[in-house]
Ligand binder design. Structure first.
Ligand code: NAD
Ligand code: DAU
Length: 352
């Protein structure tokens, strides 16, 4: 079996659901259930004996040590993190706590467990760390895309904390021989993404007749990947990746934010006609330190591991919008009082 951390969040939950379909191999899922974690994301596998959910913190060494000793996973896949850039600007401490100190503590727990493995179990064991393209900083319009050898240049508290975690993972391989793999992926979108991130926020606001808040001039570029394609990339790296290596993951789908928002409006106009969604677009104050462009050069994972994304941005976006339209009760359940407070505070400031 494998141990997944952060498997009640957006990508982690999609990964667990896909994993059980693709491999059938049991999963222990350790998640703290912060505001971003939601057991409703795992509703399709409720009662499935191949999935064991444990509420807890990756930084709780006693709990993690006990889980490792009891379940003896052949791999650990680390999704657990604070993941929203705007929240990291408001309150960076939680990002240092989970992404830096939490990853460090998890690495120490896994190192202790790895030390008990012998023979084939030791040979086979892997620690896969899920990271982001944001660690590479910001590109100019004509710069080449980020490759695995691009120097780290994180610009936000979030990306600085992820960069730190990547460095710890690398060091635990070089110093202690822990068999690690790291993936650095571009922006994901798809079902079950918390509606604080660009694409689900725009869908939710569009449907509610609220403004669609585009930061600055909306010409920032992100390289979008459907979440199911990120999951298949992680499976490929886990099974065939070379120990100690980094793999960049991206969908060759660079888009300006304003064009993403317009594409959402156009998709909604087809699937839920009756309103001029694009007229709700509102330009608001820019994010401090806003990275201008991200782009991923994914030739290594494509060439070495034969991975390719199944979705284009157009097909992935349509699937995503359909999912949100079909899952109104999920959307209601995640828009708690805390969520509404975050949105009110964040966008009142942005409107100033
Ligand atoms: P998310 O915020 O939706 O989910 C994070 C999950 O981690 C939540 O379920 C939360 O409860 C859990 N968690 C937080 N702190 C924890 C802790 N201390 N111990 C245990 N669980 C904890 O995030 P996401 O978008 O699914 O991202 C998952 C991972 O992928 C993160 O490491 C993120 O940096 C990385 N990533 C995300 C994207 C993206 O576009 N969303 C792209 C590339 C990489
Ligand atoms: O690149 C990978 C990263 O992508 C992940 O590591 C992060 O966890 C994930 O949150 C995401 O970070 P971004 O900052 O790129 O994603 P976000 O959805 O917050 O914003 C996407 C772009 O849209 C960004 O340029 C900011 C802009 N934006 C965002 C919001 C929430 C707006 O214009 N308006 C908004 O209201």
């Amino acid at each position: 079996m494998i141990l997944v951390t952060g498997g009640a969040g957006f990508i982690g939950a999609n990964f667990v659901l896909d994993w059980l379909v693709a491999t059938g191999e049991p999963v222990v899922n350790l998640d703290k259930l912060t505001y971003a974690g939601n057991l409703g994301n795992l509703a399709p596998i409720e009662g499935d004996r191949r999935h064991v959910f444990v509420r807890g913190d990756i930084g709780d060494a006693a709990l993690v040590g006990q889980l490792l000793a009891t379940h003896r996973p052949r791999a650990v896949v680390n999704f657990a993190a604070e993941s929203h850039v705007d929240r990291s600007i408001h309150g960076p401490a939680a990002f240092v706590e989970t992404n830096v100190a939490g990853t460090f503590s998890l690495l120490e727990s896994v190192r202790g467990y790895f030390g008990t493995l012998e023979g084939g179990e030791r040979e086979r064991f892997r620690f896969l760390h899920v990271s982001t393209d944001e660690v590479y900083g910001s590109l100019g319009p004509r710069d080449p895309a980020f490759s695995e050898t691009t120097a780290y240049a994180p610009n936000s508290p979030y990306s600085a904390s992820k960069a730190a975690s990547d460095h710890f993972v690398r060091a635990w391989h070089h110093t202690y021989g822990l068999p690690v793999l790291t993936t650095n992926c571009s922006n994901n979108y798809g079902p079950r993404q918390f509606p604080e991130k660009l694409i689900p926020l725009m869908i939710v606001n569009a449907l509610a007749g609220k403004p669609l808040p585009v930061y600055g001039d909306g010409a920032q570029v992100r390289d979008w990947l459907y979440v199911g394609d990120h999951c298949s990339a992680i499976r490929a790296v886990l099974e065939r990746g070379r120990v100690g290596e980094v793999y960049n993951v991206g969908g060759d789908a660079e888009m300006r934010n304003l064009d993403v928002v317009k594409a959402i409006c156009a998709t909604l106009a087809q699937l839920r006609p009756g309103r001029d969604y694009a007229s709700q677009i509102a330009f608001v104050r820019d994010r401090p330190g806003h990275d201008r462009r991200y782009a991923i050069d994914a030739r290594k994972i494509r060439g070495e591991l034969g991975w390719t994304p199944a979705e284009t941005f157009a097909t992935g976006l349509e699937r995503t919008v359909r999912w949100y339209l079909d899952n109104a009760s999920w959307l209601d359940s995640v828009q708690s009082g805390d969520y509404r407070r975050w949105i009110a505070e964040q966008y009142a400031e942005a409107a100033k």
